[in-house]
Design a protein around this ligand. Sequence first.
Ligand code: T1G
Length: 689
Amino acid sequence: MPKRADLIREGDLGVLRIDNPPVNALSPETIVAIAAAFDAFEADRSLAGLAIECAGRTFVAGGDIASFADPSFSPAPFNALLARIEASARPVAAALFGTVLGGGVELALACHLRIAHPGTRFGMPEIALGLLPGSLGTQRLPRLIGVEAAARMITGGKPIASDEARSLGLVDALADNPGEAAREAVRRAAASGAALRRLSALSPPDTADAEPILADLKADAARQPHLPALAAIAASLDAAAHRPFAEGEAVEASAFRALLASPASRALRHAFFAERAARRIPDLPEGVRAREVRRVGVLGAGATGAGVAIAFADANIPVTLVDAAEAALARGRAAIDAAYAAQVSRGGLGEGEPARRSGLVTGATNISELGDVDLVIEAAFEEMTLDVARKLGEVCRAGAVIATSAATLDADRIAAATGRPQDCLGVFSPSPGARLLEVARGANTAADALQTVVQLAQRIGKTIVVSGGGHGFIAARMAAVYARENDALQLEGATPEQIDGVAESPRWIGMAIGPSGMFDEAGVDVGARAVRDPANRALSRALFEAGRCGRRSGEGYYRYEGRTRLPSEARTALAIELAALHGVSRRESIADREIFERLLYPMINEAAEILAEGVARRPGDIDVVWTAGYGFPAWRGGPAFMADEIGLREVVAGLDRWGAGKNGWRVSPLLRGLAERGERLSDWRRDKA
Ligand code: T1G
């Protein structure tokens, strides 16, 4: 087992060098090694002081998140080590670079001096894991930079740059060679004999002004009881402002222990690793090289096509945007210019940038203009027809990758129609602004074509999930079930407001937006075309056929006045009419609990079917699709993780209760089997099935 930390003697100085790739996370072994190295420093009285540095690409990027799941985990050993470092009679300096996060900041705070490379970023991201800093960050940080700045870092979770860290006093100096500068700082401090600054002995500089800040924190926490970390942070910062260090330490330690066990933190830690696991793509052998992409083609200048063009222009990739209809092309270009203008008005883009980026997009009406692109994405408003596929196969140059977003057509049939299935695959993003890009590998997709899209998607900042091997996309199939149940509930008398209210309420799910609002935003046709159950597609299809396509047309499930969402009488009338037509009996009221179960459980059922068919590789991939693509709350972990939190026996009983087997769908045998064996969906693996 390689040593995770060592004490190196450099003349009269000690250098404690941490080396735990890839991010110097504070694993238990690493903490033990750091403590041993610090013991060696303390034992060697010939050393005037100590510089703490890291090997690799970053100073400590935090505690080892994986170790938090261990029931025996405790921050106490690391916290005791920090106390010893701070109490050292000889100066200790931290040499900082990379992304210094969480426990990395807390280690630096225990040192007497902090020297950072100008490119260093500092963050306290624990809140994104449903935690709070558990190694005295809530106590030392406000004593150094003030309660207000500490609250902003700890509740925001977002990193700050080194110049802001310098101006806050989080670091003492910036240096291009922080290791050398830290050694110099230690020598100077040792030579001067000046008293060392120990943060635990100080009070926050803005204690007098802390009240309104703490009051706001507590009020914000009270509004979000489903995120207990907020209240814990408020209580810990309040202790830092008003109570002795040791008492604040106890408040933080108790809060950290409770949060570690909280459902929200377990879900967020699952989401963290699920997103990283999704990047590991078994189909891509080591060393597969991506094809070069100098220009991208987008077929279809509708909202989706314009959004795709913007994503590539933002990444400095020239785009050929093709639409056979001049008017549609003009609308697409106008949408691109409007999107950039809006960014300028929000201050998100400098002057001149919009023109430059928009200039990267060349419009054309003839599909043959795609002859020089290296990758084409079909983003046609309607389904990709096999004729279009054939045409793309002819006009695209050899080696160009052809990506179709046809959510319901079989991607392999489209690939075959192009005559070059090795260049083809499916791509799906719920909306241009969604973080998610699902890449569906076809039966004959070449590995380098897949690698090309995976790397390109990461270049444009998308979160990737690779699916394949069966019918449809993970995202589209589960959204279809979501749409089916949303429609069915409305035929039975529930309103979009009630259903969306349940979906959006943290008491039930906590979605960023409920199904009716979501399909109105994406276009009611998305739900209508995707829903595979004709008996229930009635409402979304009827709305679409009546031209009520959602917010862009002014009416869909809701009626819109500007951004204001209002009830739609037309929708109600349609629902009543269709219920009568389909012989669906309507009820005066439908309980929120029923709505919750009928929205979520069929989606979990579809997830199990998708896993059983091999369309999704891992349950975590399904969770990433929903958290990154549809605003499913990460503090729920995702549909599969949430299914285990509810219990699969309850989910299957609910499916039986609400009539699984009616309207052409069944309870997944995989799900029922896991439930009967008392197993978890999140733990299911194909190779273990
Ligand atoms: N613990 C365990 N593994 C980690 C990790 C961590 N903190 N950070 C990264 N990894 C793994 C990750 O799973 C991946 O593994 C590999 O490293 C590369 O990560 C004690 C309680 C640092 C900005 O929350 O934000 O400190 O998939 O792909 O894109 O009070 O990783 O390759 O096997 O993300 O270059 C606070 C989380 C913890 C930081 C680098 N710290 N990490 O991004 O690489 S709580 C965090 C990140 C804490 C204290 C509290 C990013 C990164 P694999 P990557 P990247």
